[in-house]
Design a protein around this ligand. Structure first.
Ligand code: NAD
Ligand SMILES: OC[C@@H](O)C(O)[C@H](O)CO
Length: 302
C-alpha cells in the first residue's frame, strides 16, 4: 500500500471498469436468487435447487475426474459442453459415452495446451461461439511429479506451475471475459488439492504442493474481483482419489499409506467429487464465493 494517505484512499476508492453488457441490465449480486417455484412438489423443488443451467468449459477433459465431473453437470441439466485438453478427447470411449447418454446436449472437444495464452483465448472464443456463451468453467487440467526438492530441475518446477497455476489462471481469465461480455454471471471452479493445505506424504511433491496452494489463493482474489459481475469463483481440494494419476509402479506403498492415514480408511473414488461440483455450479451454491471445499474423507484432520 502507498504510504501517503491520499494515494492510499485513491487506490481503495478508485472506480473499477464498468461492466460490458450484451443484453442490458447489470447482473445483480445484491438481490438473492429467485425462490423456487411454489407449484413444484418436494421432489421437483429438490431437483430444481441443484439444476445446472447453461454451458460449460471443462479443462483436462480427457482426465478421469473431469469426465466424471462433466457427467454430473450433464445429469443436472447442463446444455452445452466443451472439453479442453492437450490430448485428443473425442477418440475416447468416455467421450462417446457422454454423447450417447446425453444426446440433446451439445458436446465437443477442443485441443488446447492451457500454458499458451493465445491458444486458450482462441479455444474459449470458439467454445463460446459454438455454445452461445460460457456460464461455467471447471479447471481440472493438471500434472503431478514426485521429485525430491534437492533434485528438482528449474524446468520441472516451471512446468508444474505453468500448467497447474498459470494455465488455470489463463482459462479463468478468458472465460471471465466471456461471462462479463454476456452479463449473466457464472461459476468458476478451480481444482486444487489437499496438497494445497498440507505436505503430501510419503511422496516428495514440492512443486505440485506449491502450485495447488497458489490455486487456493487465486480463487480468493478472483472471487473478490469478479463478484461484481455475478461470477462466483470457488475451488475444490480433493484428497487421494483412485485415478491413473495415483497408479503405477512405486506407488503401491504410498497408496497403502494414504488409505491407512485416512479416518475413512480408503482413497476416494472419482464419483465422490460429483456432488460438490454440482453444488458449486448450481443455484444451490448461489451464496458460495471464494470457498474451498475439502473432499478427502477427513484425511486433512490427521
Ligand atoms: N487424482 C487425485 O487424487 C487428485 C487429487 C487432488 C487433486 N487432483 C487434481 O485433479 C485434476 C484432475 O486429476 P485426474 O486424477 O483426473 O488426472 P488426469 O491425469 O486423469 O487428468 C489431467 C488431465 O489434464 C490434462 N493436461 C495436462 N497438461 C495439460 C495442458 N498443458 N493443457 C491442457 N490439458 C492438460 C491431461 O492431458 C489430462 O487429461 C488435476 O488438476 C489434479 O491435480 C487429483
Ligand atoms: O494430495 C493428493 C493429490 O493432490 C494427488 O493425487 C497426489 O499427490 C498425487 O500423487
Amino acid at each position: 500500500m502507498p504510504e501517503n494517505a491520499e494515494a492510499r484512499d485513491a487506490l481503495v476508492n478508485r472506480k473499477l471498469p464498468e461492466m460490458v453488457l450484451s443484453d442490458g441490465g447489470p447482473a445483480s449480486l445484491t438481490s438473492p436468487p429467485p425462490s423456487l417455484p411454489q407449484h413444484l412438489n418436494a421432489e421437483g423443488r429438490a431437483t430444481k435447487r441443484f439444476s445446472v443451467k447453461g454451458n460449460a468449459i471443462i479443462t483436462g477433459g480427457a482426465g478421469t475426474l473431469a469426465i466424471q465431473g462433466a457427467r454430473a453437470l450433464l445429469e443436472h441439466g447442463l446444455s452445452g459442453l466443451a472439453l479442453l485438453d492437450i490430448s485428443t478427447v473425442h477418440a475416447s470411449q468416455d467421450f462417446q459415452s457422454l454423447r450417447d447418454d446425453f444426446p440433446s446436449a451439445n458436446i465437443f472437444d477442443i485441443e488446447c495446451d492451457i500454458r499458451d495464452a493465445e491458444r486458450v483465448n482462441a479455444a474459449v472464443e470458439e467454445a463460446a461461439e459454438k455454445l452461445g456463451g460460457i456460464d461455467i468453467l471447471c479447471c481440472f487440467a493438471g500434472v503431478v511429479g514426485c521429485t525430491h526438492a534437492a533434485d528438482m530441475s528449474p524446468e520441472e518446477w516451471r512446468r508444474t506451475l505453468d500448467i497447474n497455476t498459470t494455465g488455470g489462471f489463463l482459462c479463468a481469465q478468458a472465460c471471465a471475459k466471456q461471462m462479463i461480455k454476456k452479463g449473466a454471471g457464472g461459476s468458476i471452479v478451480l481444482i486444487a488439492s489437499i496438497s494445497a493445505h498440507r505436505v503430501n506424504f510419503p511422496q516428495p511433491q514440492v512443486a505440485y504442493n506449491v502450485s495447488k496452494a497458489a490455486i487456493v489463493s487465486m480463487k480468493s482474489s478472483l472471487a473478490a474481483e469478479w463478484a461484481r459481475y455475478g461470477i462466483r469463483v470457488n475451488s475444490i481440494s480433493p484428497g487421494y482419489m483412485d485415478t491413473i494419476l495415483n497408479e503405477g509402479p512405486g506407488l503401491e506403498d504410498a497408496r497403502r499409506s494414504w488409505a491407512s492415514r485416512n479416518p475413512m480408511g480408503r482413497m476416494g473414488v472419482p464419483a465422490e467429487l460429483q456432488g460438490p461440483l454440482v453444488l458449486l455450479c448450481s443455484g444451490a451454491g448461489s451464496y458460495m464465493n471464494g470457498s474451498d471445499l475439502i473432499v478427502d474423507g477427513g484425511g486433512h484432520v490427521f
